[in-house]
Write a protein that binds this ligand. Structure first.
Ligand SMILES: *Cc1c(COP(=O)(O)O)cnc(C)c1O
Length: 409
C-alpha cells in the first residue's frame, strides 16, 4: 500500500490492506512495487557499518537485527493481526497455537500463583495446567464456564490470571466475557482468552475486556490446512512483556509460514462469512433430525450462551458439535465412516470439512456434562468443521451418515 488508508475502515477492508507497508513490498526506488511482502529468508542480518551496529534502534518489529527477531515477512503478519484487533499495540507470533498459550501464560504467571481456567478449555491448555504449570509451582483451578458466581467465588489472594475460551472447545458454550473480565479486573487478575473460534473479526476480545487475545493461526487465518502458527495480541503493557518472554524462550516463526498465513488472512473474512452461513444451515438441519438430541452451535437459538453470542459477537465460523440420541460408540463410528465429504482429523478452520468424535465428560472437572436437562444416555457427540463445499452436498452426506448410524446402532 503506497497511500495511507482512509479512516475509519471496516475489518474486511483492513484484512486486505493491513501489513502491506511500502518498504516491505518494494525497494527504496520503487516502494510498494508488489502486492505481498516477499519471503525474507534470513538468519544473518547485515549492518552497513559499525555506527549502524552500535546505534541499533532497539527491540521492536521493523528493525533488522538478527534472524530470531524476524524480518519483513513476519513483521507484516504481526502488524496485520494487530490492525485487526482493536486495542492492540502489537502481536507476538509463535510456532503454534499451543506455543502461544504457553508463551503467554509463562509471561504472566510466577511460582506460587493460581491460574483459573474455564472448564471447557482446549485439552492441551488443560494439560498445561496439570503439567508444565504444576511443575513450575503454579496451581490451576477450573471453573464452570457459565457460572459467574462460581468464578467470583474461586478467586483467592494468590489468583493471578484467568484463561478464558469462548465458545469453549468441543461443547461450544459462549461465556459472558465482559462480565468475567470486569470481575477479573476488579480483583487485579490478568484476563487471557483463547479467541481462535471467532478471531477478532467475530469477537474483538481486547475491546470486550481481555488483556491478552490468543489465536491458533493454524485454523482460520491459515485456512488451508498446510501450516501451523499462533499469536498473542495485547495492549502496550502486556505486548512488551509477551515479546520479551517469547524472545527469552527463543521462539521464532519461519518466513515461509508467515507468508502462507498472510495469504490466508486476506480471504479470511470471506471464508468465515461463508462457513458461518453454511454451518448454521447444517446445524438447523441437524436440530430437526430425530437422531439428534442436541446441537451445540453458538449461532443456533437454544445453544448454551446463544444470547451472549448475539449480544457480543459480530460473526461466527464453521465449527460446532452435535450429540446423538442414545446409540453406541460403534454406531457413531459408523456415522463418521459413512461420510465421504468430511475428512477425519483433529483440526478445523480449513477450506475442507472435517468430522471427529467428541466425548467431553472425562475432560471436565468443575461443570456437568451432559449439560443440565440432557439425558445421560445421549453422550456420543460429533464435532463438525464446515468448510467451503456446497451446503446441500454436505447435508446429503450427513443424511447418509445418519443412515449408517441407524443401521450401526
Ligand atoms: C487448535 C487449537 C489450539 C492450538 O493450536 P495449534 O496451532 O494446533 O497448536 C488452541 N486453541 C484452540 C481452541 C484450538 O482449537
Amino acid at each position: 500500500m503506497a497511500k495511507d488508508p482512509p479512516d475509519p475502515i471496516a475489518p474486511a477492508t483492513r484484512a486486505v490492506i493491513a501489513g502491506r507497508r511500502p518498504e516491505w513490498t518494494g525497494t527504496p526506488d520503487h516502494p510498494a512495487a508488489v502486492v505481498n511482502p516477499p519471503v525474507w529468508r534470513a538468519s544473518t542480518h547485515l549492518y552497513p557499518d559499525m555506527a549502524a551496529l552500535r546505534g541499533h534502534p532497539g527491540n521492536a518489529d521493523g528493525h533488522f537485527f538478527y534472524g530470531r527477531r524476524g524480518a519483513p515477512t513476519q513483521w507484516a503478519l504481526a502488524e496485520a493481526l494487530t490492525k485487526l484487533e482493536p486495542g492492540a499495540a502489537g502481536t507476538v507470533l509463535y510456532p503454534s497455537g499451543v506455543a502461544a498459550i504457553a508463551g503467554a501464560l509463562l509471561a504472566v504467571l510466577r511460582p506460587g500463583d493460581v491460574l483459573l481456567m474455564t472448564d471447557n478449555a482446549y485439552e492441551p491448555s488443560r494439560a498445561m495446567g496439570r503439567g508444565l504449570l504444576k511443575d513450575m509451582g503454579i496451581e490451576t483451578r477450573w471453573f464452570d464456564p457459565l457460572d459467574l458466581a462460581a468464578f467470583q467465588a474461586a478467586i483467592c489472594p494468590k489468583t493471578r490470571a484467568v484463561l478464558l475460551e469462548s465458545p469453549g472447545s468441543l461443547t461450544l458454550e459462549v461465556q459472558d466475557i465482559p462480565a468475567l473480565t470486569a470481575l477479573a479486573r476488579q480483583r487485579g487478575l490478568v484476563s487471557l482468552i483463547d479467541n481462535t473460534w471467532a478471531s477478532p473479526l467475530g469477537f474483538p476480545a481486547l475491546s470486550h475486556g481481555a488483556d491478552i487475545a490468543l489465536m491458533s493461526l493454524t485454523k482460520h487465518v491459515g485456512g488451508h490446512s498446510d501450516a501451523m502458527m499462533g499469536s498473542a495480541s495485547a495492549g502496550a503493557d502486556w505486548y512488551g512483556k509477551l515479546r520479551l518472554r517469547a524472545q527469552g524462550l527463543g521462539l521464532v516463526v519461519s518466513p515461509d509460514d508467515a507468508a502462507l498465513m498472510l495469504r490466508g488472512l486476506r480471504t479470511m473474512p470471506l471464508r468465515l462469512e461463508r462457513e458461518t452461513k453454511s454451518a448454521l444451515a447444517v446445524a438447523e438441519w441437524l436440530a430437526a433430525r430425530p437422531e439428534v438430541a442436541r446441537v451445540l452451535c453458538p449461532m443456533l437459538p437454544g445453544s448454551p450462551g446463544h444470547e451472549l453470542w448475539r449480544r457480543d459477537f459480530t460473526g461466527g465460523c464453521g465449527l460446532f458439535s452435535f450429540v446423538l440420541k442414545g446409540g453406541t460408540a460403534a454406531a457413531r463410528d459408523a456415522l463418521i465412516d459413512g461420510l465421504s465429504l468430511f475428512g477425519i482429523g483433529y483440526s478445523w478452520g480449513g477450506f475442507e470439512s472435517l468430522a471427529t468424535p467428541v466425548d467431553p465428560a472425562p475432560l471436565r472437572s468443575a461443570s456437568a456434562w451432559p449439560l443440565p436437562g440432557m439425558d445421560p444416555a445421549d453422550c456420543f457427540g460429533v464435532r463438525l468443521s464446515i468448510g467451503l463445499e456446497d451446503t446441500a452436498d454436505l447435508i446429503a452426506d450427513l443424511e447418509r451418515g445418519l443412515a449408517a448410524w441407524a443401521a450401526g446402532g
